[in-house]
Ligand binder design. Structure first.
Ligand code: 48H
Length: 264
């Protein structure tokens, strides 16, 4: 083979220095998104392409959340009319199954979302777990506290680090990890009927998909909620493997945030 001889140590230095440089530039961002599922990545893509400095923290090795497995482990998802234009815009193939029901390959859909978000300038950090929020003295969420996922899994006593953000998005799906933290540790009142977590309701895709946009709100000062977490916190229904609402919810949060950031 021609060209420069490969030096093993140079490979190490290239990776470590490049990662550190990137991470240092991401310690203060406009929007920090916790969870790289479809809702979080959709929001990330829209924010990134609008020039909003956006970072995504995902605890798993692979971003993608619950989309890879489609429904029942069959790697296809269903999309309804309202969200079809998003797949067209992203050049993701769809097939009309019946009026109002499109199928899309879950691998194509998710890999496209990841790629589009990255190409839009979003930083995605995998293997990083959200552990806590940063709270300002006037009780506003103003960043995230993170640690390496293997440290969390190993239950090692290693203190986490903080990343500042003007806004944080809880995109952690059914688990609502960020919201749970602000409820238990910050005592913040949520923008829900009771001020607390209402809790997810059983399957009803029609109802679940109808209300998800209304449920996509600033749920506590500085904290937005998208996707399945939005329905879970508001006491709305789950919807199974129809994914249009996840994408529409991510897009709505990005729009609301762009309006807020533009105005601030
Ligand atoms: C870092 C974390 C942490 C943490 C979790 O579950 P997701 O795919 O979420 P959504 O809302 O984009 O999509 C929901 C959809 O996948 C789904 O489950 C549906 C439609 N269900 C309907 C039904 O009836 O069941 O992604 C959330 C992501 C995952 O990748 C997690 O690993 C990640 O968040 N995450 N990342 N730190 N502490 N907790």
């Amino acid at each position: 083979m021609s060209g420069v001889k490969i030096n093993d140590v140079m490979v190490t230095r290239a990776i470590v220095e490049t990662w550190h440089k990137k991470f240092l530039s991401d310690t203060e961002v406009e929007v920090a998104i916790v969870g790289a599922g479809p809702a979080g990545l959709m929001a990330a893509y829209d924010l990134g392409r609008s020039g909003v400095k956006t970072v995504v923290f995902e605890r798993n090795l692979a971003p993608g959340g619950g989309m890879w497995g489609g429904g029942f482990g069959y790697n296809y998802i269903v999309i309804q009319d309202a969200a079809k234009p998003i797949l067209d815009e992203l050049e993701i193939g769809t097939e009309l199954y019946a009026p109002g029901y499109y199928t899309a390959n879950s691998l194509e859909t998710m890999s496209t979302l990841i790629l589009k978000a990255l190409k839009a300038g979003v930083s995605i950090y995998n293997l990083i777990a959200f552990q806590d929020v940063m709270l300002s003295s006037d009780c506003r969420v103003c960043g995230v506290v993170i640690n390496w996922r293997p440290i969390e899994v190993g239950k090692y006593h290693v203190d986490p680090v903080s990343v500042g953000a003007k806004y944080v998005i809880d995109a952690t799906g059914h688990e609502m990890m960020v919201i749970n933290k602000v409820i238990t540790k910050c005592g913040l009142k949520l923008a829900t009927p009771s001020g607390k977590i209402e809790g997810e309701r059983s399957m009803n895709a029609e109802l679940g998909e109808t209300v998800i946009m209304d449920n996509t709100v600033e749920i506590a000062p500085g904290l937005f909620v998208v996707g399945m977490a939005a329905n879970a916190v508001m006491g709305s229904h789950r919807m199974g493997p129809i994914f249009g609402g996840m994408l529409l919810s991510g897009r709505k949060a990005a729009k609301d945030l762009k309006d807020k950031l533009g105005g601030s």
